[in-house]
Every structure is written in C-alpha cells, then in structure tokens.
Ligand binder design. Structure first.
Ligand code: FUM
Length: 305
C-alpha cells in the first residue's frame, strides 16, 4: 500500500500534487511508452486554441546557464484534433487531464471553456494569460488586474470545470493580479510562467531564437518563483500551484513550504522525461517516513521576514 499523498485544490482532487507543466510534456500521450502517465497528479497539456496554430519561426528553444529559453508561439493542434484524437487516448491511459487554454480575447477563452465543459475526461482548465511569445492574448492579459479578471470572469461563467489561472511573473503587481483573478472566480492559481529573456550568438550576431526574445525557465528562475508563491500565498486565499525550475523533491518542498498546494514540473522533463514521476515516488517516501501529508507542508515556512 502506498502512502496517500492526494491533494485537494478547491473542487479539484488530484491523486498527488505533481503535475507536468504545459508545453513541456506535449499532450501527454507521447510519454505513454516511457511511463504510466496515470500515476501523475495531472498533465497540463500544451495550450489549446480554437484553431490550430503553427507557432513562431525556428529555432524555438535554446539552452542557457541553469535554464532554457523558448519561443514556441503556442503552436498546437487546435480544439477539434485535440478533442477528437488526443483526448480519447488520454482517457484510455487513465491520465488526469488539465487543459491549458489560449485565446486572443475573453470571448475566445469563454468559447473554449464552454466547449470543454461538455467534453468527457477533462479534470480542469488552466487559463493561460501569461505566455510571453504571442502578439495577442497571453501575457497581455496577465500583467494587469482588469484584463486578467475579465478573462477569468468570462471563463468562470462558461464552465463548471475547476478553473486554474496561470500567472506571469512580469506583472508589475502580481499580488494584485492574483487577487483580481481569485475575486473573478478562479478556483486555483498556477505561477509562474516564464520570464522574458534573450540570448545572442556572438559569431553570427543573431539572436539564438528565431523570434529574438523568448521565455526563460528552469532552475535559474526558481528563487523568483518561490518568492512569488510565498507573497501570493500570504495575500490570497485560493490554492496555488507552484512552477519554476522544479527538478526534484527538495525543489518541490520549497514550493510547498512557501505556500503551494501542488507543483508543476517543467523544463526538467526535457533532460529526464521521468522527472515528474520520480518526484511522485520521492514525495511518497518522504511523507511516509515523516508520517505527514503534503497539505501539512503548505505555507509551513518558519519565517519569511
Ligand atoms: O511560446 C509558447 O508557446 C509558450 C507558452 C507559454 O509560456 O505559456
């Protein structure tokens, strides 16, 4: 018998608090040969838009010290192909599916939410108002309280599914944005998405990403993310999902102690696709040895200031 490390995030119950982050684990089905994806707490799939998107020009990813830059531009197969082909396979695999959604307007976000509301096999929606690599939507909604709240309200009104809103570290007043989306009906908040960065090839003198600028992720941003989870947890009552350079147990524990009720594993899945599952097992052992539950760790940092 394995230790029960299930968690509750408002209306969303997960078998464990370890989710793969959107964009770093495909649609989940790609990993079925490597592991039992039903053992993950959840899979947040690559952001889905109403229509398929080609995304940004290559190269779309480059390595940097302690992290990576990406500018994918929310390339995805679109709603119809996802629901028609991918979601049935995820259901067969027993995966807990969190659908990350992308729209260029509050209406598009609401339309996606309405459609997913009547589809089987979706555990929650993650509303992406924090992608730095698109000209419309994305981070443009996430950096100020009003547009962030407007998108959240529209989605809330369109679905009974649990709604998670994914925030950007680039908001001037992150706590203000978090409060606004919580007041607008978000059930949970995930944070942080990437931070904009740039890398230049000094031989060619060209940016190393086709789009020039991209989003930085990986261990390089972890302390920033831990600080932001800590600040938002103290100010806002909804459950938080911590994201930012999590590659193992100690990293995840930092986020729980700062105030996260669950975590997402992102870039680390590129170096080891089993990172999230290894973390599930490590967390089970940790909780068993100490006879505690993940919930007891949430916000349990002894002193922050
Ligand atoms: O470019 C991208 O597709 C990244 C998305 C995101 O960071 O949300």
């Amino acid at each position: 018998v394995t230790t029960d490390i299930s968690v509750r995030l408002g209306p969303l119950r997960l078998r464990n608090p370890v989710i793969t982050a959107s964009g770093t684990f495909g649609y989940g089905v790609e990993y079925a040969e490597l592991m039992d994806v039903s053992r993950l707490g959840g899979i947040s799939v690559k952001g889905i838009s109403l229509a398929p998107r080609k995304g940004n020009p290559p190269p779309r990813i480059c390595e940097t010290p302690c992290g990576m830059l990406n500018s994918i531009g929310l390339a995805n197969i679109g709603y119809d192909a996802f629901v028609g082909q991918t979601l049935p396979r995820l259901r067969e695999l027993g995966a807990t599916v969190i659908v990350n959604t992308y729209g260029t307007s509050a209406d598009e976000f609401a339309e996606l939410a309405r459609r997913f509301d009547s589809v089987q096999g979706v555990a929650a929606l993650e509303v992406n108002i924090s992608c730095p690599n698109v000209k419309q939507g994305g981070i443009h909604f996430g950096v100020a309280p009003e547009p962030a709240a407007a998108v959240t309200r529209a989605v809330r009104a369109a679905t009974r599914l649990p709604v998670i809103v994914k925030l950007s570290p680039e908001a001037a007043d992150l706590v203000g944005v978090a409060r606004a989306v919580a007041d607008a009906g978000a059930d949970a908040i995930s944070l942080i998405n990437t931070i904009r960065g740039m890398s230049i090839d000094v031989e060619t003198r060209r940016p190393r990403l086709g789009a020039g600028i991209g989003g930085l992720s990986g261990p390089a941003i972890r302390p920033i993310a831990v600080r932001m989870v800590y600040e938002v947890h103290r100010a806002v009552g909804v459950p938080l999902i911590g994201i930012g350079g999590i590659a193992g147990l100690r990293d995840a524990l930092e986020f729980f102690l700062a105030g996260a009720s669950a975590v997402q594993v992102g870039s680390a899945s590129y170096t080891n696709p089993r990172t999230a599952l290894d973390l599930v097992e490590a967390l089970e052992r940790y909780c068993e040895e100490r006879r505690i539950t993940p919930a007891e760790l949430v916000g349990a940092v002894v002193s922050g200031d």
